[in-house]
Design a protein around this ligand. Structure first.
Ligand SMILES: *[C@@H]1O[C@H](CO)[C@@H](O)[C@H](O)[C@H]1NC(C)=O
Ligand SMILES: *[C@@H]1O[C@H](CO)[C@@H](O)[C@H](O)[C@H]1NC(C)=O
Length: 399
C-alpha cells in the first residue's frame, strides 16, 4: 500500500499536476477573461455597490492572523462565515443580489470572517505558511471554529459594544460554528441567532458519486501528504491558475467547469449559476485551505459522526485520552439555531439537515429552500427570490 502511494506520488510530481515550482511563472502568463466585477477586489466591489468596506486583522489565541471585513451599517451586527474553498468574496460578487451587500442595503452592520488559510488570512505571528508547512497548515474546520470564529465574535462585540450578535454560516461556516459552540459553550451567550445555510455536519445516504470520491479520499490525501502538499488551492498557485484559465473561456468552460465538475457534486441548477457569471466567479474563487481540513470532512463521512479529528489510536489516546475521537457535544449548542436546506443540494442533503436538527437542543426554525443547490445559497442569481426573504424575516424576528 505504502509503496503504491509513493509511486503514485512520484508520478504526479513528475507530471506536475500539483502546486510545485513553476507556480509563479504560470500565473504570469495565464490569460483570464474576467468581467469588471471579476477583477475588482472585495473593497472595490462593496464601494461600487454603494457601501464602504473596512479591513481588520484579528490575531487568534494560537497565533493566526485572520482578516475580518466590515461593511458598516446602523442596525444590528451580522457575522458571516464562508464555505470550504472560498472566502468572504462570494458574499459580495453579485452586487445587490449577494447576501453581504443585500444585508448592508437593509441597514445591517455586516462583518465577514476570512478563515485561516484563505487568500486573505495566510498569516501567523511566528509560522511561515511556506517554510513551516507542517505546523502552519495543521488545522481543519475545528480550529476555524475554536480559534478564528471565537476571536472574531469577541472582536465584533468589542468593536460594536453589543452583547450579542446575529450570525450566518454557509456549509463549513456552520461546521465551525457548531465546533465552537459545542466545545466552548460560553460562546452561545454571545449569539442571538445562528442561521446555518446548508450545514456540513452529517453525511448519511450520500449520492453514489460522492461516495466514490469520499472513499478514494484517504488514498488521495495520503498521496498529498507523501508529496508534502499541505495547502490546497493556493491563490495564484499552479492549480488555481489553471482552473481559472480553463473556467473563464465561455461556453466550453460552462460544460467543463460547471456541468461536468461542479453540478454533479453540489446539485444541478443552471438558472442559479449562468454562463456569464463565470467571468466574475472565477476572479474570486477558489480560495486556499488545508489538506487536513479535507481529511477531517472525509472522516465525518466515513465515520458517520460529527466528531473531532481522528489522529489514529495512538494520536487519539495522546490527545483525547481515548481510542476514538469524541463526538462534538451538540447538546451544548444552546443558542437559537435556524437551519436552511436546499431542495436541490446534493452535498448537504435535506435529510441530513433534519438529522442535525434532531441532535441540536434549540432549533427554532427549519426550512427547505426551493430551487437551491449547495452553492446557490451563496451566489445564485435567484437567491433574492427564494432565500433572502426568509433570511430577512428570521433576522428581524430574533434581533
Ligand atoms: C483592494 O485593492 C485596493 C487598491 O489596491 C486596496 O487598497 C485594498 O486594500 C484591496 N482590498 C482587499 C480586500 O484586498
Ligand atoms: C498538529 O496538531 C495536533 C493537535 O493539536 C498535534 O497533536 C500535532 O502534534 C500537530 N502536528 C504538527 C506537525 O504540528
Amino acid at each position: 500500500m505504502k509503496s503504491t502511494i509513493i509511486l503514485l506520488a512520484a508520478i504526479i510530481k513528475f507530471t506536475h499536476c500539483t502546486e510545485l515550482d513553476f507556480v509563479s511563472l504560470l500565473s504570469e502568463i495565464a490569460d483570464l477573461e474576467l468581467s469588471e466585477d471579476g477583477k475588482l477586489n472585495f473593497t472595490q466591489l462593496v464601494t461600487k455597490y454603494g457601501h464602504t468596506a473596512e479591513q481588520y486583522e484579528v490575531t487568534t489565541e494560537d497565533g493566526y492572523v485572520v482578516k475580518v471585513f466590515h461593511i458598516p451599517g446602523k442596525r444590528s451586527s451580522v457575522l458571516l462565515t464562508h464555505g470550504l474553498g472560498t472566502d468572504a468574496d462570494p458574499y459580495v460578487i453579485r452586487g445587490h443580489d449577494s447576501l453581504g451587500i443585500a444585508l448592508a442595503d437593509k441597514g445591517y452592520d455586516v462583518w465577514l470572517l476570512n478563515n485561516r488559510g484563505t487568500k486573505f488570512s495566510r498569516r501567523h505571528i511566528e509560522l511561515d505558511p511556506d517554510k513551516d508547512k507542517k505546523t502552519f497548515w495543521n488545522f481543519s474546520f475545528h480550529e476555524m471554529g475554536y480559534y478564528d470564529l471565537a476571536a472574531t465574535i469577541d472582536f465584533v462585540l468589542y468593536q460594536t459594544g453589543e452583547e450579542k450578535i446575529l450570525a450566518i454560516g454557509h456549509s463549513q461556516g456552520a461546521s465551525q460554528f457548531f465546533a465552537l459552540t459545542s466545545t466552548r459553550p460560553e460562546y452561545n451567550e454571545k449569539i442571538k441567532l445562528f442561521l446555518a445555510l446548508a450545514p456540513g455536519a452529517f453525511f448519511f445516504n450520500m449520492p453514489l458519486l460522492f461516495q466514490i470520491g469520499a472513499s478514494a479520499g484517504p488514498i488521495l490525501l495520503e498521496i498529498g501528504k507523501t508529496l508534502g502538499i499541505e495547502e490546497l488551492c493556493r491563490d495564484r498557485g499552479a492549480l488555481v491558475t489553471m482552473i481559472k484559465t480553463i473556467c473563464t473561456k465561455g461556453v466550453i468552460s460552462y460544460e467543463v467547469c460547471v456541468r461536468a465538475a461542479m453540478f454533479p457534486f453540489v446539485g444541478y441548477n443552471p438558472t442559479g449559476l449562468e454562463l456569464s457569471f463565470l467571468s466574475t466567479l472565477f476572479g474570486h474563487a477558489p480560495s486556499g485551505f488545508a489538506r487536513k481540513n479535507l481529511e477531517h470532512y472525509d472522516q465525518l463521512y466515513l465515520r458517520k459522526k460529527f466528531a473531532m479529528f481522528d489522529y489514529g489510536v495512538k494520536g487519539n489516546l495522546d490527545k483525547y485520552g481515548r481510542r476514538n475521537p469524541p463526538d462534538y457535544p451538540l447538546s451544548k449548542v444552546t443558542t437559537n439555531v435556524a437551519i436552511m436546506s436546499g431542495k436541490l443540494d446534493t452535498l448537504s442533503l435535506v435529510h441530513n439537515g433534519k438529522v442535525l436538527k434532531k441532535r441540536l437542543p434549540n432549533v427554532v426554525h427549519f426550512e427547505e429552500i426551493e430551487a437551491t443547490t449547495h452553492i446557490d445559497f451563496i451566489f445564485s442569481a435567484d437567491a433574492p427570490k427564494y432565500l433572502f426573504p426568509s433570511i430577512f424575516r428570521l433576522l428581524q424576528k430574533y434581533d
